[in-house]
Design a protein around this ligand. Sequence first.
Ligand code: NAD
Length: 262
Amino acid sequence: MELGLKGKAAIVGGSSRGIGKAIALALAQEGCDVAICARGEEALKATAEEIRSQTAARVLPLLCDMSSYDDIQRLVRQTAETFGRIDIVVNNAGGPPLGTFDDFSEEEWQKALDQNFLSAVRTIREALPHLRRQGGRVINITSVAVKQPIDRLILSNAVRLGVVGMAKTLSRELAKDGITVNNVCPGNIATQRLLSIFEARAQREGRSLQEVLEEEQGRTPTGFLGEPADVAALVVFLASEKARYISGATIQVDGASTTAVF
Ligand code: NAD
């Protein structure tokens, strides 16, 4: 299938590893130039080299903390200067810490808002003049928590619903500009973050990591956990010309784990 992604330019948030990295690689494989970002230089450079070695894409690695508005302004500016255009914005960053309501201070709530809600608002605001030139795609990486809140992840459960509310409204506001806005919700995807969450649970419950992993695999109707490439495949399609009529949608990639209908 010709996806119409050749020559397009994309920004992918939080992309030195995990889901963001898989998305950047998949877009690059389809012919997009990609700006990738993270806070740590070493991993970012290594990822840029890896993507370059596997594709013909131009890869722009930029140090950026997605919870800083200054950094986001620089990220969007340098991407536009380097590639001359921005067509696709994938909003992604590390997830907030695990815990219950009693665990979190005012500062920790603010940090979650900055990293997982305002990062999307700010990146879209900065990129919008570029997207409006030719139309474009906004894809927010959230979590199945927006459909079925997850215990001990109150920050994620609360803050990500803000992204979904914003995206729904924005999809209607930006339709006339040829810009679609969608949310992708990973379920259990085998990344460093998921491993840390399972490790914390294994420790809390006095069990081995292997036991927790097997339990989660058994709980997933498909019988296996997802890979970052499973999320990237949906993102690439939503970013493509083929997805011009899909906007305002919130789609999970979770091996049928979510029991909610919508
Ligand atoms: P990860 O921790 O493996 O990777 C996160 C990436 O973002 C890394 O490259 C990291 O360097 C970068 N990053 C983190 N914070 C950043 C910041 N403030 N600024 C810039 N870069 C930053 O995470 P992942 O598993 O790939 O998850 C990506 C997103 O998807 C997270 O928000 C996570 O909560 C969400 N999610 C993941 C799963 C899963 O099972 N893996 C499930 C649901 C939701």
